[in-house]
Design a protein around this ligand. Structure first.
Ligand code: ADP
Ligand code: MG
Length: 728
């Protein structure tokens, strides 16, 4: 092992022993640093509280006087908790969160100072945001953007800063963040779902989308991670030979959580409790040093904020425990990557989960309505659903034969498959009383409340029904959930609006009873979305061929997958729902395409540097040792040296072969990059990076990894997979 690597490993072994102590009951800590409904009820005047609740429930505007009162209470609460600063906390289109801190402190003349925070500062702020990506929106329209409070996500204190969740929009109103379109999509699905839910219960006034995400991640010793330029700069390893032992024994998955990881998790969970993030589940994942964290599900907008927040906190808590938290979808070749399952459902203000089978035929008809409409929405928009999870890093997972494929399909389990088969046979037009009784008793009425085959049966499905919710499994671990949630809730909203229209037409024009109309429309939907249903192995080649026959898209790369984002159908969809306008859609697309190019570009540079500056010099050094050795043998043994130096001579040639291949690979990489960089059109440039630059990574890596196996371990400069993955 090289001295550098040795000292990194030593460093990691020197760390202080972990202490695992619980300091308080979690329920006591929960939400202590959140200005939540309970805190608001206690600290706001009645008028102010009512105004905030109306803003949360119906999106009502908060007037300036009330905003001042809220700000004042919020400030007092924050100061009492030791906060000194406040920030508008938002999610620009870079996948991270942004904040600019301002002190409450202000001077008031005469050598005096006070803590100040008014309604104006709560409701609206101008961040110095010229460097946030905006896809040209602000350049075209208006030089500045502003952030505005989102009362549906409560303010919280992190460290000594009061963080106020906000939207980030241009002065002309265009969204510059992830949150704004999400809020609009949630509103659209609320209205559309309420209208449909009213067929079954007139009392429904609001429908909330819920999200329960499951976050996978790796914990790598930070000293070891810091010794790898690829991990530091790209979040993943660009080279590294597979270790002799990987995940084949499943000993990590089924083993207990290592102490040090446990200490990290408990520290993280404490932070989450204070911030009101209801984390519930922790466990080892399949790959060595891979773990998962999941909260209790929440209203989708809040859940998205909590996921963004937790990704940030994980990083910080990781630092305290000398861990680098890798959230990349594929940090290591040859071992499992990470995802972020998005469990999604819709529930009413009357307490009904619309995707949960119920006790009566009527509640089951409601369940089937939402269930089948979801399937139809995914079927009709499968390519857009795929685009919502496209990123340079997720490309290593999707379609790479180990994670959900790049083909979107829906798994529903055998019990519901047979229910849909039954519904397909419903007679067209008005139903006879006998048929209706039969349907209610034996088809709809027989749906069990607990669906046995719908828990975790098909791990290969990108979109699976799991008993009382759908689980969108193809979301990347690094992603902001807002995007998949915006797409999903938008397509459902559009679908439910269409459903309502279809049913109402049958009722008014064909004089059908409501139930007859619903059965008729559902039957047509089942028939027209059958191609999306797939119960088999999503990883197999057979499915790729079958999916092609069914006309499903299979966009394996990000540039390909993103195209549909600017298709006319997408623009129509978003504009009709008021989620985004054409300018916003195109700006977002441009940002994503550019981000793809930049990520691949950075990786290409890093790989070239490591190959030329680390790998090749090390190989030559070792080769020289071998040459010296051969020369020495020749000096001693004369003509007989060849037999004695057989291995060395082979090694010398092998090394030269690999070095030559690396050299030509890196040269080609640089040339392809130069060619790509000259392309003006952002889409074409991304395609060049994808099709011409990226494929060269594999050859370069192949030869570097071969050298890793040949060269003296003591000389090898990069921390190896076995050290990264098996140091606990
Ligand atoms: P498991 O799949 O481990 O048996 P669950 O099915 O209860 O456990 O939950 C898995 C994930 O799905 C959890 O993160 C949970 O919060 C989430 N979840 C459960 N019900 C819903 C729902 N109605 N809406 C959204 N997410 C949900
Ligand atoms: Mg799950």
């Amino acid at each position: 092992m090289s001295t550098m690597r040795f000292s990194a490993v030593q460093e990691s072994l020197k760390r202080t022993p972990v202490k695992i102590t619980e300091i308080a009951r979690r329920s006591d800590l929960f939400g202590q640093n959140v200005f939540d409904q309970n805190t608001m009820r206690q600290s706001l005047t009645k008028d102010a509280f009512v105004a905030v609740m109306a803003a949360i429930d119906t999106g009502a505007k908060i007037d300036r006087g009330v905003a001042d009162q809220i700000a004042s209470s919020m400030k007092d609460w924050a100061l009492s908790k030791g906060a000194t600063h406040y920030t508008h906390w938002f999610q620009p289109l870079t996948g991270a969160t942004a904040e600019k801190h301002d002190a409450f402190f202000e001077t008031i003349g005469g050598g005096m100072a006070v803590e100040k925070f008014g309604g104006g500062q709560l409701v609206q702020q101008e961040p110095d945001a010229s460097s946030f990506p905006n896809g040209g929106i602000r350049n075209t329209f208006e030089a500045r953007g502003y952030t505005a409070w989102d009362p549906t996500s409560p303010a919280f204190i992190y460290g000594t800063t009061l963080c106020i969740p906000t939207v980030f929009v241009a002065y002309t109103g265009e969204a510059l963040d992830y949150k704004t379109p999400l809020l609009r999509a949630l509103q659209a699905v609320d209205h559309a779902a309420v209208d449909v839910a009213k067929y079954f219960d007139k009392n429904v006034k609001k429908v909330n989308a819920s999200l329960g995400w499951e976050q996978e991640y790796f914990l790598i010793d930070s000293a070891l991670a810091a010794s790898r330029p690829d991990i530091v700069l790209t979040g993943r390893t660009l080279l590294g030979h597979a270790p002799a032992k990987g995940q084949q024994l499943d000993d990590h998955y089924f083993g207990s959580i290592p102490d040090r990881a446990m200490a990290f998790m408990m520290d993280l969970e404490m932070e989450c409790m204070l911030l009101g993030i209801p984390v519930k589940t922790r466990h080892n994942e399949v790959a060595p040093n891979q773990f998962e964290l999941a909260p209790i599900y929440e209203e989708a907008n809040l859940a998205v904020d909590h996921n963004s927040l937790i990704m940030d906190i994980m990083d910080r808590v990781g630092d305290r425990h000398n861990f680098k938290v890798l959230m990349h979808e594929k940090p290591f070749a040859g071992v499992n990557g990470s995802g972020k399952h998005n469990n999604w459902s819709l529930s009413t203000d009357t307490g009904v989960n619309l995707l949960s089978p119920g006790k009566t035929p009527m509640s089951n008809l409601q369940f089937l309505t939402f269930f089948i409409n979801t399937i139809k929405a995914v079927n009709d928009n499968e390519e857009l659903v795929r685009s919502s999870i496209a990123s340079a890093s997720n490309d290593h997972r999707l379609g790479a034969n180990e994670a959900p494929p790049a083909i979107i399909s829906v798994f529903i389990g055998s019990q519901l498959t047979s229910v849909l088969e039954g519904l397909k046979e419903v007679t067209k037009g008005k139903l006879s009383p006998e048929e209706k009784t039969e349907l209610k008793l034996n088809v709809v009425g027989k749906i069990p409340e607990i669906l046995l085959d719908n828990t975790d049966r098909n791990r290969t499905s990108p979109f699976a029904f799991t008993g009382n919710k759908f689980e969108f499994r193809a979301v990347g671990s690094l992603a902001n959930c807002a995007q998949p949630m915006t797409v999903l809730n938008s397509i459902i909203a559009k679908q439910l609006i269409a459903f309502k229209a279809d049913v109402d037409v049958l009722i008014s024009k064909k004089d059908m009873k409501k139930d007859d109309a619903i059965f008729n429309v559902l039957r047509e939907y089942i028939i027209s979305s059958e191609r999306i249903l797939f119960e088999g192995n999503g990883y197999g080649d057979a499915w790729e061929a079958e999916a092609k026959k069914r006309g499903l898209s299979n966009n394996k790369t990000t540039p390909q997958a993103l195209k549909v984002q600017v298709a006319k159908s997408t623009i129509d969809l978003y504009e009709s729902l008021g989620v985004m306008n054409k300018t916003e859609i195109e700006a977002r697309h441009e940002i994503e395409v550019e981000e793809y190019t930049l990520r691949v570009q950075i990786e290409a540079r890093v790989l070239g540097d490591i190959a030329r500056n680390h790998v090749v010099p090390t190989a030559l050094k070792y080769q020289n040792t071998l040459i010296e050795n051969v020369k020495g043998l020749k000096d001693i043994y004369g003509a007989g040296f060849k037999k004695l130096a057989a291995e060395q001579l082979l090694l010398i040639e092998d090394i030269s072969g690999h070095v030559a291949a690396i050299n030509s690979g890196v040269t080609a990489l640089i040339n392809e990059r130069k060619t790509a960089n000259k392309i003006e059109d952002a889409n074409k440039k991304a395609v060049a990076y994808c099709d011409k630059v990226k494929p060269l990574f594999d050859t370069i890596r192949y030869h570097c990894d071969k050298l890793e196996l040949l060269i003296d371990d003591e000389l090898w400069p990069l921390t190896k997979y076995r050290e990264l993955l098996f140091t606990k």
